[in-house]
Design a binder for this molecule. Structure first.
Ligand code: SAM
Ligand code: SF4
Length: 334
């Protein structure tokens, strides 16, 4: 088989990882992610299952080896499991991995099917273990469903990683508890700084909690040893002596990680954003719906690597109160 013509950008970074949003819709309304009355995209603009698969194949042909399905909430899309099955057939061949990021509200129903379809690992977003805090933060009383989803994932044999956005005045007092809980269940925990993407009802700075501060606080009670573990992603990892678990820190604001970026993101309408924090965009839907989808997709991907910027320019401080990008994370795909 011929070697794929790889996607290498102007800063010598090879793109091997695709985050593919299958919907911008969601059954939660996390306050840091979207406003209460979020305007979702018209369904007609969203790619069909066949288009999503064709697009994924186009990336695979260019050396992408890992695909993460995301959104919005990927599990609210009814035919999503069919896409997972189709992609799962490539795992062990062109793909090393198919995975997803989910809020887990509907995971109890889907965990076994995902495992059968070839998913081995899953990222679950959970910012609190307190039912009332969860309700206030996500605007839905759904912590029980999420915990049932997590149990189902474990029962299905999926490796679980918990992602937690660190938020001032919301979960900052609970991070040690979350870490002990996650590690006690055998799950890794990754903390993330809130990013200025899209308008929400509060000023980002009010909830921004730098992970430098979180780490200092954790180190009063725990021994965090820098780990050699690397995923090619933005997280830095620590082994926590007291829990025996792993802690990841993703600090886009306080520690730039763009030099090692290996990924691109595509929205549910087929818009490729080479950088989460940038406005550069390539329309893959137009390519897919053209007379020469294969050729146009190739050309579009070439263009995307040409315009991928060196780094994002996120800032959250008193002087920078506007979002870095008008797109919410749920649109670009987290
Ligand atoms: N709905 C799924 C979920 O919540 O896991 C997948 C999509 S969600 C947009 C992906 C991740 O982005 C979640 O872990 C969420 O907490 C995170 N996220 C959303 N908005 C964010 C923001 N403004 N800054 C940092 N992380 C954000
Ligand atoms: Fe939905 Fe995920 Fe955004 Fe929360 S973070 S509103 S679960 S897309």
């Amino acid at each position: 088989m011929a070697e794929p013509r790889t996607l290498v950008d102007g800063f010598a970074r090879q793109i091997t990882y695709l985050r593919l949003s299958v919907t911008d819709r969601c059954d939660l309304r996390c306050t840091y992610c979207m406003p209460e009355r979020m305007q979702f995209l018209p369904r007609a603009e969203v790619l069909t299952l066949e288009e999503l698969y064709a697009l994924a194949r186009g990336f695979m042909a260019r050396g992408v080896r890992r695909i993460r399905l995301t959104g919005g909430e990927p599990l609210v899309r009814r035919d999503m499991i069919d896409l997972v099955r189709a992609l799962g057939r490539h795992v062990g061949g062109e793909l090393d991995e198919v995975t997803l990021t989910t809020n887990a509200t509907q995971l109890a129903e889907h965990a076994a099917a995902l495992a059968d379809a070839g998913v081995r690992r899953i990222n679950i977003s959970l910012d609190t273990l307190d039912r009332e805090v969860f309700h206030a933060l996500s605007r839905r009383d759904a912590l029980g469903d999420v915990l049932a989803g997590i149990d189902a994932a474990r029962a299905a044999g999926l490796a679980v990683k918990i992602n937690t956005v660190a938020l001032r005045g919301v979960n900052e007092g609970e991070i040690g508890t979350l870490m002990r809980w996650a590690h006690g269940q055998g799950f890794a925990l990754t903390l993330i700084e809130t990013m200025p993407l899209g308008e929400v009802e509060h000023a980002r700075i009010d909830r921004f909690l730098p992970l430098t501060e979180v780490r200092q606080k954790l180190e009063q009670d725990y021994t965090l040893a820098p780990s050699t573990h690397r995923t090619g992603g933005p997280a830095r990892y620590f082994d926590v002596a007291e829990t025996g678990g792993q802690l990841g820190l993703i600090s886009p604001l306080t520690e730039n990680f763009c030099a090692g970026c290996n990924r691109m993101r595509v929205t549910a309408t087929g818009q490729l954003y080479p950088c989460l924090g940038g406005g550069e965009r390539v329309d893959l839907r137009a390519a897919l719906r053209s007379d020469d989808p294969d050729g146009q997709l190739e050309a579009a991907l070439d263009r995307a690597v040409r315009i991928k910027p060196e780094r994002h320019h996120f800032r959250i401080d008193g002087d920078h109160t506007d979002p870095a990008q008008p797109r919410h994370m749920s649109v670009t795909g987290g």
